[in-house]
Design a protein around this ligand. Sequence first.
Ligand code: PLP
Length: 394
Amino acid sequence: MDVERIRSDFPILNDITYMDSASTSLTPEPVLEAILEYYREFNANVGRGVHRLSQLASLKYDDAHRKVAGFIGAQNEDVVFTKNSTEAINLVASGLGLGKGDRVVTTLIEHHSNFLPWMRLKKFGVDLGVVLPGEDGLFNASDFEYALDDKTRVVAVTHASNVLGTISPIREISRICKEQGVLLLVDGAQSAPHMHVDVRELGCDFFIFSGHKMLGPTGTGVLWAKDPEVIEPLFYGGGMIEDVSIDTCTLAQGYERLEAGTPHIAGGIGLGKAVDYLEGVGMDAIGNHEARLTKKILDGLVDIRGVQVYGSLDPAHRIGVVSFNVESLNPHDVALMLDEAAGIMVRSGHHCCIPLMKHFGLEAGTLRASLYLYNTEEEVDRFLEVVWEIARVA
Ligand SMILES: Cc1ncc(COP(=O)(O)O)c(C=O)c1O
C-alpha cells in the first residue's frame, strides 16, 4: 500500500498529524470532486423527474446505494442512506414497535448512539439488559446467553469499541440470537471503515455505519436490514410512497421506503466514491497497515512510565483505536499539548461513552488516538516522542 500516494489525496495533511479518524475521517480529493461534479453538472432531485438532469442524478444516487451494499456484502440494494449512524439506529429502535413485555439487550461499551435509543424505550415499558465487558474490554459470548430471556426481542452491540478499540465476538453472539429467535443489530461505525465486513457472514439482522468515518462526506450514514419491512418508517412524506389516497397510502419498495424527503444526494454520491476509493486501496491492505501502526503505538505507549493504556493489548482483538491517560493529567490538557507541540490531533474526554467511563472510574475520560490508512510510522514515532516528553515533565 502506497501511503505517500494516498496522502497526496489529502492536502489537509500537509502540516498536521490526524489521529482522530474514529470521530470523523478526512475526505480525499476524488470524493470532493464527486460532490462538486453533482452540483456542477447534474444538480437535480432524485426519483422525481423525467428530465435529463433528474434521470442522471437518480442513476448516480442508485448506483451509490449499490456500491455501498456491495461494500458490506449485502445481496440487495436495500441499504438506506441516513445522515449518520445515530439516525440509522434510531430508525431501527423506534421502528420495531417494541413495548411493554419486550426486552432489549445491549452492552456497557456502546456509544451513546447505540445506548440511548434503546434506553428511551423504557418509557414504553421495554426492559433493558446491559452486558458488561471484562477489564480488558472483551466480551465473553456466554454472558449474552445469560442476558437473553424469552422476552428479549433485540440485541444491539457494537462491532468494535470506539473507546477501547476491542472487537466483539459478533458471530458467537449471532449464533446465540438465532437460537433464541432474537434480532441482532450490529453497530459497525468503527468496523466498516477499517475491515472487510460481510453482513451475511456476521449473521446480523441490522448493520449500521457512518459514511463520514470512512472517507465519505459528513451527513452520511447507512442502515442495512436483512428485512427492511420489519421497520416501520419514522418519517413520512415525499419520495417514500407508491400511492396515496385520502385515507391510506402504499409505501414504496426498497430503500426509498425509509428515505422520506429529499435526501443528501451529493453526500450519497460522495459516499459511493469513498467506497470506490477504499476498495481501490483494498480493505485487507488497510487493515494490515493499521494493525502494524496499532502494534507500534501500543508497544510504545506501554513502555512510557506514567502512561496507562485501556483495553486489550492483543492485536488480534482490536482495531486502531487506542485509549490512554498520562499520569493524572486531564486528557483535554494533554490533547492540547499534543496539538500545540506537534500538530497532532487526538480526541479527549468521554467519547460519548459515559457509562463505560463511570464503570472504569475515569471521571475526565481518556485520550484517544485513532488511526487510518493515511497515518504513517513516522507519525506514530513522533506521537510517542511527544507523549514521552509530556509524561516526563508531568
Ligand atoms: C461505535 C459508534 N457508534 C455510533 C457512533 C455515532 O456515529 P454518528 O455520529 O455518525 O451518528 C459512533 C461515533 O463515534 C461510534 O463510534
